[in-house]
Design a protein around this ligand. Structure first.
Ligand code: PEP
Ligand code: MN
Length: 627
């Protein structure tokens, strides 16, 4: 049953309630929900719910109607997110586990680990104990194989996944692997489930070849009931009358499981189809259907594989699949989970060390973003240019750069919505700082050229419009919209024609050794752009933050936004910005982005966040930083 607590329950009443339930033989777990705090209690002894409702501090009791209790959505509304080393599984992430069916040798698994890691996998698979149909088929290298797998994982930074087939091996697996896989054939090996659940480590539970979704969830319940909270489900195809594929990959299980359970679900298109060429299309379909990720068999030389060669992808195929998933992810509003690149203190061609302070920005050298980052990091930072805003986010996530900087609003033209959307799509990144700079535009030309010679002026459309009053004085000039201000400077530098000019920053002129023909030509002196600095969550702790960026949705009922803002007002928390954006895939439903000042007493802020969580939906803190 779910016991919803009163908002202001006293700690001693909560303790007494827990003791009361445990005394009746219940296992009790506290769950901090979005709307309320609840206790989940699971037991085998029947109890009269009225008896529980009468306990002090209890608001109401909801029986869990499903036979799987802790695995059910009734038990926990929010999606469960499972950390495995530096990777998180579940939530708005797509995680890809890849590797050979079996560990065959030390060299084979090391080679495969490097290969899948370079293509963007974030966990490594490899079987050491293989449940084979024939006793004469390769049975796996056993403990030796697990040791090679662990070594390959450590060499590449990839957490490792391997199948356990016997409770006797539990201690060995606890030591050697990050995620224990329960194979399809063992989904209902209850003694194995109990022993593995009790280890408390993450478990990848595969659906049995002839198991219903309910049976899969009941097996998950075994694991949860025996101690682990980290269960990842996996659809890997079921036995049907069809013979063209090894199994029938039941993708409809994904939305069904998503509705019934809070646990993440992956899909195994390799065992699901049994045929290499069918793997990529089914992998993409699984992601489109809402899977939290994939487990895929990849082999450096599938023809020589000791097991499941025909369904193992060639390295090139896997790389292509990863690129396709990257294209699909934003459509679903998700991030492809990435391992952070480990800092190797090696010098690159540019003479840079990888642990140097690198900051990604969008645009060409001399862009206003680069300008802003140099001012934010006054002790020096190496700006790294990227073509798209998304590339900046991606490069921070993969660790190609330590930080990123992106504009979020301009005083004259408003918000840069794409970056708000990206902040939402990259749940593993956080805002760690902000910088506001004044935008001053200059007319830039070739060395020696004069204003009289100019016939054509190139710049970003926004910059052209921000200099409209100046440009009106030259009705004969052709105004050419360009993708980027600094890019326009690079262009006229390349063209080398004295009649061409560009509008951009002083730094852009300097970067390309061009001259400023006329300084400060923007119409309004009130032209400011606010940039935010982003980092991976692990690197995002800021001392004594003064500002927070939040995002949430509200119920579609009268006054729901007012309820949220009232929380801030009652706690005397100053809101400095409010922006609304349609929810991706749900036109006319809005997300609210809020910037607030963090009050002196951090406690007041923490309480406000807790209360906001209750009156809103899906509250997320995008960052805590110093304004
Ligand atoms: C495997 O992942 O190698 C495997 C044997 O899978 P399944 O248990 O789904 O057949
Ligand atoms: Mn296999």
């Amino acid at each position: 049953m779910i016991i919803v607590l009163e908002h202001d329950i006293r700690p001693e009443d909560k303790r007494a309630l827990t003791a009361f339930l445990e005394g009746k033989g219940f296992r009790v777990r506290e769950i901090q929900g979005e709307q309320e705090t609840v206790l989940g209690a699971v037991g085998i002894v029947p109890i009269d719910v009225r008896q529980v409702e009468l306990q002090p501090g209890v608001a109401r009791v909801i029986p869990i109607t499903q036979p799987f209790k802790q695995a059910s959505r009734e038990f926990k509304k929010e999606d469960t997110c499972i950390p495995v080393g530096p990777v998180k599984i579940g939530g708005l992430r797509i995680v890809v586990i890849a590797g050979p069916c079996s560990v065959e040798s030390r060299e084979q698994i090391l080679e495969c680990a490097r290969l899948v890691r370079d293509s963007g996998a974030s966990l490594l698979r490899g079987g050491a104990y293989k449940p084979r149909t024939s006793p004469y088929a390769f049975q796996g290298l056993g403990e030796e194989g697990l040791r090679y797998l662990k070594e390959a994982g450590e060499a590449t930074g990839l957490p490792v996944v391997s199948e356990i087939v016997s409770p006797e091996h539990a201690d060995m697996f606890r030591e050697l692997v990050d995620v224990l896989q329960i194979g399809a054939r063992n989904m209902q090996n209850f003694e194995l489930l109990k022993r593995v659940g009790a280890l408390g480590k993450p478990v990848l539970l595969k659906r049995g070849q002839a198991a219903t979704i309910q049976e899969l969830l009941m097996s998950a319940e075994y694991l949860l009931a025996h101690g682990t909270e980290a269960v990842i489900l996996c659809e890997r195809g079921i036995r049907t009358f069809e013979t063209y594929t090894r199994n029938t990959l039941d993708l409809s299980a994904i939305p069904v499981v998503k509705k019934l359970s809070h646990l993440p679900i992956l899909v195994d298109p390799s065992h699901g189809t049994g045929i290499r060429e069918k793997v990529p299309p089914m992998a993409l379909a699984a992601v489109a259907a809402g899977a939290d990720g994939l487990i895929v068999e990849v082999h450096a030389n599938p023809e020589a594989a000791l097991s499941d060669g025909p369904q193992s992808l060639y390295p090139d195929q896997f790389e292509k699949l990863m690129r396709d998933i990257e294209v699909l992810a934003p459509v679903l509003g998700k991030e492809v989970a990435r391992l952070p690149e480990r800092p190797a203190p090696r010098r690159t061609a540019a003479g840079r060390t990888a642990d140097e302070l690198t900051v990604g920005f969008q645009g060409e050298r001399g862009a206003f973003s680069e300008n802003a980052l140099l001012r934010y990091f006054p002790d020096g930072a190496a700006g790294v240019p990227f073509a798209e805003f998304r590339d900046v986010f991606e490069s921070v996530l993969t660790g190609k750069v330590r930080y990123g900087i992106v504009p979020v609003e301009n005083t004259l033209t408003g918000s840069i919505h794409q970056n708000y959307d990206l902040l939402l799509q990259y749940p593993d990144l956080r805002i760690v700082g902000e910088k506001i700079i004044r935008i001053v535009h200059h007319l830039i030309g070739l060395p020696g050229a004069s204003v009289q010679e100019i016939r054509r002026v190139y710049s970003h459309p926004q910059a052209l419009s921000q200099c409209a009053r100046f440009l009106e004085r030259f009705p004969g000039w052709e105004k050419v919209p360009f993708y980027d201000t600094a890019g326009a400077v690079a262009f006229i530098a390349r063209e080398g024609r004295r009649e061409n000019a560009a509008i951009a920053s002083l730094e852009a002129a300097q970067a390309h050794r061009l001259n400023v023909l006329k300084e400060g030509i923007e119409t309004s002196s009130q032209n400011y752009t606010r940039f935010v600095i982003i980092a991976r969550e692990e690197a995002a702790a800021v001392q004594q933050p003064t500002k927070a960026s939040l995002v949430f949705a509200t119920a579609n009922t009268p006054g729901s936004l007012f309820q949220a803002l009232r929380v801030l007002s009652e706690r005397n928390i100053n809101m400095v910005k409010l922006e609304s954006r349609p929810i991706l895939g749900k036109p006319w439903e809005e997300l609210f982005y809020l910037d607030v000042s963090i009050p002196e007493t951090e406690e007041a802020f923490r309480l406000a966040l807790e209360e906001l969580k209750r009156v809103t939906e899906g509250l997320r803190v995008l960052g805590l930083y110093r304004a």
